[in-house]
Write a protein that binds this ligand. Structure first.
Ligand SMILES: [Zn+2]
Length: 465
């Protein structure tokens, strides 16, 4: 049984600027943050916390640094890190047909584990403290469990959204290969249930599993309802790609006589634990439905641009009070760097609306932290630096030629900073990266193993040139 027996050192983080994202959105220069066990005990200036600093077992000097809540990357496909660059020049359906479907039947659990390891490593090194991995290749128990194991070992917080596909009439019409349908619906539910049960008891509850019917053309109404019933039993999200490609929306209109979000509402699965991943091709009525029912949109701007999928109506969603989280996605994006995702989000909506204030850096930063936390139902636990919340935070070194002088912190972070500016990463009070060295995973070994495994996987999938 994998139980990480650990109790983090009580820590005082001193001489640091705190970008709290608390209810007052306070920024505290020369601040101090006290961590007891896995939670933030106090946040304030040094003078008011001087006694608590003295009682701490460890002091981290954050001079010249900014502490921010760790980023939540709310949608990835970690196995696709073994396939970097292969989707270039393709749209979503082409990419599924030409890359994902050939790889899915030949990828081994060990390769799935390596894909997760390199993705988690990259996430930590770019300031992500919580990752949703929508696993969608070999979704058997062993391979899916291997991802959760990597999350547990790495110290990262995570949700493994176990994808499943069912042979709908549309999937048949679109000639999704037979091997893509690995399991019956009953088996999908039982495998997912087994993983949810297992991981509820492991790794201090830091790693969770949830059902993720992959798209509406790969899951009919009964499949969606079965996933939702399972998710409700354990109070976990349902995670689904919705209205990503325009062709999917046209198919749903033809098959069900309504658009995708409307379909989800009719089927009875759209609520405050439902993740609408992408949510690009939505009309006014669908935006209203999201606001009414509380579904969360996971916005993947870089992927949407790369696959030429379209532009989600994010400023309108935010104006309606719809929660929006941010994510890198898999191959549609070359990497899992939330800095590039944040900057892309900010710039995309400006150029799309021809309004330079369409989305401000502060809003983008909130989507990358609080937005993700809300989508996971963890808004009382993570997403900001406040007493009582879990100590999930990142230290950024902003004393860099590309950043000084800093006049506005959110703008500097969203438009100026990059992954290499992340110095230290803490999850649940545990320092998992210090001075850019990841302490929980063997970086050199994982990089070498992935360099070897990637081409071998492509050869077996018949994708080598
Ligand atoms: Zn995806």
């Amino acid at each position: 049984m994998l139980r990480v027996a650990r109790r983090p050192l009580d820590t005082a983080l001193v001489n640091v600027t705190l970008l709290t994202l608390d209810s007052e959105r306070r920024i505290i220069p020369d601040g101090c943050l006290i961590v007891r066990d896995d939670r933030i005990e106090a946040v304030g200036d040094r003078a008011e916390l001087i006694r608590r600093i003295a009682q701490s077992q460890r002091t981290i000097d954050g001079r010249g640094m900014v502490a921010v809540p760790g980023f939540v990357n709310a949608h990835t496909h970690s196995f696709q890190s073994l396939l970097r660059g292969l989707a270039d020049g393709m749209d979503l359906i082409g990419f599924l047909r030409n890359v994902v479907y050939p790889v899915s039947p030949v990828i081994t659990p060990e390769e799935t584990r390596l894909g997760a390891a390199i993705s988690v490593l990259e996430a930590i090194k770019s300031g992500t403290t919580c990752l949703i991995d929508n696993h969608s290749a070999d979704t058997g128990f062993e391979a899916t469990d291997a991802i959760a194991q990597i999350f547990a070992e790495s110290g990262l917080r995570g949700l493994v959204a176990r994808g499943f596909r069912q042979p709908t009439a549309r999937a048949r019409a679109w000639r999704v290969p037979e091997h893509a349908f690995q399991f019956s619906l009953a088996e999908e539910i039982e495998i997912t249930r087994g993983l949810i049960e297992k991981w509820r008891r492991e790794a201090d509850g830091r790693v969770q599993v949830c059902p993720a019917p992959l798209t509406l053309f790969l899951a009919g109404p009964d499949d969606l309802r079965a996933a939702k019933a399972l998710a409700d039993e354990y109070a976990v999200p349902v995670h689904v790609h919705v209205a990503e490609a325009r062709s999917e929306v046209e198919a749903t209109l033809e098959d069900y006589g309504c658009r995708e979000v409307e379909h989800l509402a009719r089927v009875g699965v759209l609520d405050r634990r439902f993740h609408v991943v992408h949510g690009i091709w939505l009309d006014e009525r669908e935006l209203d439905l999201l606001a009414e029912r509380g579904g969360h949109v996971v916005h993947c701007p870089t992927s949407n641009m790369s696959l030429a999928s379209g532009v989600a109506r994010v400023p309108e969603m935010l104006a309606r009070g719809v929660n929006v989280a941010l994510a890198s996605d898999g191959l549609g994006n070359h990497n899992h760097d939330m800095f590039s995702v944040m900057k892309t989000a900010s710039l995309l909506h400006r150029v799309h609306t021809l309004r330079p204030d369409a989305l401000r850096p502060q809003q983008v930063l909130e989507m990358a932290t609080l937005g993700g936390a809300r989508a996971l139902g963890l808004e009382k636990e993570i997403g900001s630096l406040e007493p009582g919340k879990r100590a999930d935070l990142v230290l950024l070194d902003l004393r860099k030629p590309h950043l000084v002088p800093v006049y506005d912190l959110p703008t500097a972070i969203v438009h100026g900073a990059n992954a290499a500016d992340v110095d230290t990463v803490m999850v649940d009070g545990q320092v998992i990266m210090e001075s850019r060295r990841v302490k929980t995973l063997d970086e050199a070994a994982i990089v070498s193993a992935v360099e070897a495994a990637g081409p071998e996987l492509l050869r077996r999938a018949g994708l080598s040139s």
